[in-house]
Write a protein that binds this ligand. Structure first.
Ligand code: GSH
Length: 205
């Protein structure tokens, strides 16, 4: 298996999942944004985005889907929830919520507060999407009232998907919108050995 990754981007979800399942893999670090820094990367992934994950003929570009692929291919790691389990709906919801509902407004915030050249930045759009992110966190609080993790009492890849969005919030300085329960959840996730190994791997340790 091979993962193309840039520091602290969404491909961290895939890197974290690789570490949690204990797979051996090759990590290719890409300067960000690969679309601009490494034009030849578009031969591998026409969108120029990370993650790009390869496993034989399998090529995947969606971070949460790569987590699901790894969890289902490595059932011994216990990171997935089976369809017959009462937590299955929460698990699938959280797996998609992390990317589709939480990271989406963060990406718009980042674009209009940092990535665009100064003259194209839109402070009002950035602020609106910071608040959009804050309001979308409410579902996570309801889940954390019901269990220690986003889909019950056990850690799964749904926590990688959701937890990455909280890590990103901290990294880009909008974690003031997190509730105390969300801060506590993030601390617990960040202390996991798999997460620590993934963080070390991306800086080449
Ligand atoms: N929905 C995709 C989004 C992938 C994506 O947009 N990745 C960003 C990094 S966080 C990227 O590569 N951006 C570079 C660009 O847009 O050129 C996922 O969850 O993996």
């Amino acid at each position: 298996m091979k993962l193309y990754h840039s520091d602290h981007t969404r491909s961290f979800r895939a890197l974290w999942a690789l570490e949690e399942v204990g797979a051996s893999y090759e990590l290719v670090m890409m300067p960000f944004p690969p679309r601009a820094t490494t034009p030849s990367f578009k031969d591998e992934n026409p969108m120029g985005t990370v993650p790009l994950f390869l496993d034989g003929d399998t090529r995947m570009t969606e971070s949460s889907a790569i987590c699901q692929y790894l969890a289902e291919r490595h059932p011994e790691a216990g990171l997935a929830v089976a369809p017959g389990d009462a937590r299955f709906g929460d698990y699938l919801n959280a797996l998609h919520y992390g990317e589709a509902t939480l990271t989406f407004p963060q990406a718009v915030y980042l674009r209009y507060s940092r990535f665009e050249p100064t003259e194209r930045r839109l402070p009002q759009a950035a602020e609106d999407y910071r608040l959009f992110f804050r309001s979308r966190l409410r579902w996570l609080d309801t889940q954390l009232l019901r269990g220690a993790y986003v889909a019950g009492d056990a850690f799964t890849i749904a926590d990688i998907s959701t937890g990455y969005a909280l890590m990103l919030a901290r990294r880009i300085g909008i974690d003031d919108v997190l509730s105390p329960a969300q801060h506590d959840y993030l601390e617990r996730l960040a202390q996991r050995e798999g997460c620590q190994r993934a963080l070390a791997r991306q800086v080449g340790q």
